[in-house]
Design a protein. Structure first.
Lengths: 545, 370
């Protein structure tokens, strides 16, 4: 029989309205020399972190730097091997997320923890551990989502929601709990710039009300604009604590990766013939929540990178399925590869014609989690790389191909035998992108090339895509990350509710204009463009004069 | 009351590769131990019973041959089923495919009665394989065409097949000189599988089963079709992404399963039985499902599992005869084996911990608060 101990939750629960929060010099949360070891890796090594009340604090670091581990310790998902947590000056033991929530810690995870078969409101109710009447809760969800510009229908089932919409559920769920420390893991990756700006306003308002925000993001410009202080992790240790407002993005990135950062070089495109042509592409679906594509048309020419921006759930999944052949369309002419009509063909024929494809989901679509890297190299490279002869796998060649991918794209792994799921997200993405690029495709379709990938790996992937395009491949990038699209693409268009806007050369558009299109304001955007062109024209005239 | 002192299951970071192969051993050991308890409670000497069960039946050459004989149809069916199971194609109608294989192969033997020659046996084999494939083609077509669950269709066809066999035995194919017994003529010598070990019943079918084990391994581990089967089973979305033709794989796996089950059927009638009777199989097709999972859907594992299950059958019969063990005990024993196997599967992904959690410190928070 063990002696029952008073745990931190009960004590802290009673202590919250106490004197501590009134003293401005007592931090909201202090992390002292926290160490966490996993088999084969030291995820956190004597990490110190001080979060003051009402500050927006950035946590920076590459994938595998220990950010997630630290945050999970703070939120009670993991427990530290050593070290202490002090909540408003008092030592606490946070042994579960429920304890964390009782203390007043809320968290929006990068990977969502939602039940697919339940509605938005039911998912929120589960997170609140309360006894609120459903009708009242739905009303509160509506209020909060309106107030913070997070459009949500509480009655929809989660399995129908896009990645972006799922994240909105997570954010709303947290905000409903009126947290005193809000941890946000890459919250803006699925928002339009305008939505991000309104979220920042929300976060600033929350901070002004005294809520502390721990903000994890790879978007350094965002951190510079939003955060008051930043802690940089590398290899599980704190390497710097800086004021991000006084640092350049380049300097922050170099602190994160510990060496100088190569930014991708984009030479002007010399474009050739249209290799991927999409015309009058419309889809219908039995699923009432799917987005139907309406008369989508565009062409990607050899040598260029064409970008499609848009918030998740506006038809990206349907467009990708129609392009890859996983969901063929009725009319073959709707999709053409090098002039060859393939709309009604499956993925195999399209691959044979030179299409390569990087899907949004890495594990579970782009790679088989339980299989080795050499088997995963075989997954899409079987034909182009000659990895199969007379129906039998040429194992030596698939190993060699896997090793070539690992080498060329600096995939951090212990070899071609490693299971795909043992790789970090960024490394697996490098492997999949590398696998498709090394097949020297004529057309490459890439979805979210660097979602959740650290700055160093993202730069490498971007450079590889640019190099591939310049060798004569037509590259289509579908992404929600506008910074990425502006770095990569020669032309941009926006997908909104199944319709694609006209494309604009990247140099002749702006983040604001694309942002308006992402919000569905096609007309407003056209008007803005017209106004800008008029202004430009005026300027030119004045120059001439 | 603290739960810390209770044994707990703690998730492993990675599935333990050792446990994948160790759990069948643990399960067998647990079955033996609880079997001994069961025998003791029933008033039998546990050691003598176990000996009668597991040792005596295989202590003679004849006994070993009987073991191989019993394991042969189990192995053939299980290899075919496992190929489908790997691709999430749940053909559970091997019993029916086996029956149709026996009918087709036996039908050839009966049709050729009086005009036999050395050509007969190979033709019977081919007919049996084609018969099993044809029977499996029905669920395959229904699945591909109407997306009908092959679990239901293949199972229902088992009963159709056995009724068809009953009809043939009671009617058209009944032995005209058989005193109205519902069974066919005895096959002629050219329609029987040659015995390969003298003074036993071990016939050419057992080496064929070994060939099936090797071919199954080659298919699953080394061929591109096998790779597609594995991908579709593990991650259907990745198979769609890679463009593997799912319908084709439904057909391929059901044809392999049906063909091997049909072969098992013809081997039974051309081997130990030597004629068609209303009860060709004591449920080989269903037991093969257990064998397939016991062998981890791996051809070599299946061979071992088939031998083990065959031993439990033969040993059960032997113990019934020599010790007058009740018939139900054999079933209970097999049930325990399966139960322990499924239970110990948990150990692959979890480990058992006694006492306090390893990563939990002695509550520093409490010390600080005091």
């Amino acid at each position: 029989m063990s002696i029952p101990v008073r745990d931190g939750a009960a004590t802290a629960g009673a202590a919250i309205p106490g004197a501590a929060s009134r003293l401005p010099d007592v931090p909201r949360l202090e992390v002292r020399r926290v160490t966490k070891r996993f088999p084969g890796c030291l995820a956190n090594d004597c990490v110190d972190l001080v979060l003051r009340s009402g500050e927006i604090h950035a946590l920076l670091g590459e994938n595998g730097a220990g950010k997630s581990t630290l945050v999970k310790i703070i939120y009670g998902v993991l427990e530290a091997d050593a070290g202490d947590l002090l909540w408003e000056g008092r030592p606490v033991r946070i042994d579960s997320p429920a304890t964390a929530r009782k203390l007043g810690i809320g968290m929006v995870f990068q990977h969502f923890s939602l039940f697919e078969s339940l509605t938005v409101a039911e998912n929120v109710a589960l997170g609140l551990d309360g006894r609120e009447r459903p009708a009242a809760l739905i009303e509160r969800i509506r209020l909060v989502s309106q107030r913070y510009g997070l459009e949500l229908d509480p009655d929809r089932h989660v399995y129908n929601l896009s990645v972006g919409e799922r994240q909105r559920v997570e954010i709303v769920r947290c905000l409903l709990q009126q947290p005193r420390l809000l941890v946000m893991d890459e919250p803006t990756s699925v928002l339009t710039p305008q939505e991000a700006i309104s979220l920042f306003e929300t976060l600033r308002r929350l901070a002004a009300e005294g809520c502390t925000i721990l903000y994890i993001s790879h978007k350094l410009e965002e951190i510079r604009a939003l955060c008051d202080s930043a802690t940089v992790l590398r290899g599980g240790r704190v390497v710097a604590s800086v004021d991000p407002r006084t640092q350049t993005a380049q300097a922050l990135a170099e602190l994160m990766i510990g060496s100088s950062l190569m930014s991708p070089q984009r030479s002007p495109a010399t474009t050739g013939a249209a290799r991927l042509q999409v015309s009058h592409l419309s889809t219908t679906s039995d699923d009432p929540f799917a987005t139907e594509l309406k008369e989508v048309r565009f062409a990607v020419r050899a040598g260029e990178i064409f970008g499609i921006a848009g918030v998740a759930g506006n038809g990206q999944a349907e467009l990708l399925a129609a392009l890859s052949g996983e969901q063929p369309v009725s009319d073959p002419m709707m999709v053409r590869i090098d002039g060859e009509p393939v709309g009604n063909s499956g993925p195999q024929r399209r691959r044979n014609l030179g299409l390569a494809f990087v899907p949004e989901e890495r594990l579970g679509r782009g790679a088989v989690p339980e299989m080795s890297l050499s088997d995963n190299a075989l997954l899409s490279g079987a034909r182009t790389q000659g990895l199969v002869r007379q129906g039998m796998i040429r194992r030596g060649r698939s190993r060699a191909f896997a090793e070539r991918i690992i080498r060329s794209f600096n995939v951090v792994t212990h070899g071609y035998r490693a299971e795909a799921r043992s790789l970090s997200g960024g490394n697996l993405q490098k492997f999949i992108v590398g696998r498709e690029i090394l097949q020297e495709p004529k057309v490459l379709v890439v979805a979210q090339p660097t979602w959740g990938v650290d700055a160093g790996a993202a730069a490498a992937i971007h450079q590889a895509l640019i190099d591939l395009a310049r060798q004569g491949t037509a590259v289509l990038v579908i992404s929600q990350d506008l910074d990425e699209l502006f770095v990569l693409c020669d032309r941009l268009a926006v997908l909104f509710q199944g319709r694609l806007s006209d494309s604009e050369p990247t140099g002749q558009t702006s983040v604001e204009q694309i942002g308006l299109l992402m919000g569905g304001l096609f007309e407003a955007s056209i008007a803005a463009a017209a106004a800008r062109n008029a202004a430009l024209a005026g300027k030119e005239t004045s120059h001439v004069v | 009351m603290s739960f810390d002192a209770w044994p707990r299951l703690e998730p492993r970071g990675e599935p333990s590769p050792a446990m994948v192969w160790l759990t069948p051993v643990i399960a067998v050991a647990a079955t033996v131990v609880s079997g001994m308890i069961l025998f003791t409670l029933l008033g039998f000497d546990p050691v003598a019973t176990l000996q009668a069960y597991f040792i005596t039946p295989v202590s003679t050459r004849y006994g070993l041959a009987e073991l191989a004989l019993k394991a042969t149809p189990l192995t053939l069916c299980a290899i075919g089923l496992a190929t489908g199971f790997r691709a999430n194609i749940w053909n559970i109608g091997a019993e029916g495919q086996l029956t149709i294989g026996a009918i087709c192969g036996g039908g050839v033997a009966l049709a050729a009665w009086g005009h036999e020659g050395p050509w007969l046996l190979p033709v019977m084999m081919v007919a049996g394989v084609l018969g099993g494939m044809g029977w499996a083609a029905i669920p395959a077509w229904l699945r591909v065409r109407f997306n009908a669950s092959e679990i239901l269709t293949s199972l229902m066809l088992v009963y159709v097949a056995s009724l068809l066999l009953d009809y043939l035995m009671h009617g058209p194919w009944r032995d005209p000189e058989g005193f109205n017994f519902p069974q066919s003529r005895q096959f002629g010598p050219d329609a029987l599988l040659p015995i390969i070990v003298s003074e036993t019943r071990l016939h050419l079918g057992s080496p064929l089963a070994l060939v099936a084990v090797f071919s199954g391994w080659l298919l699953l581990a080394r061929s591109f079709v096998g790779f597609q089967i594995r991908v579709i089973g593990l991650t259907p979305l990745a198979a769609g992404y890679a463009g593997f033709n799912q319908r084709r794989l439904v057909w391929i796996t059901l044809m392999i399963g049906g063909g091997l089950s049909g072969l098992a059927g013809v081997i039974e009638v051309a081997g130990p039985i030597g004629q068609l009777t209303p009860s060709i199989s004591p449920g080989y097709g269903f037991t093969a499902i257990i064998v397939a999972f016991l062998g981890r859907l791996h051809p070599v594992g299946i061979l071992a599992a088939a031998l083990l299950v065959a031993l439990s059958y033969i040993g059960g019969e032997a113990a019934q005869i020599s010790l007058r063990l009740p018939l139900a005990v054999t079933g209970v024993f097999q049930g325990m084996l399966l139960f322990f196997l499924l239970a110990s599967d948990v150990l692959i992904r979890y480990r058992v911990r006694l006492g306090a959690s390893s990563h939990r410190r002695p509550a520093p928070a409490a010390q600080g608060i005091r």
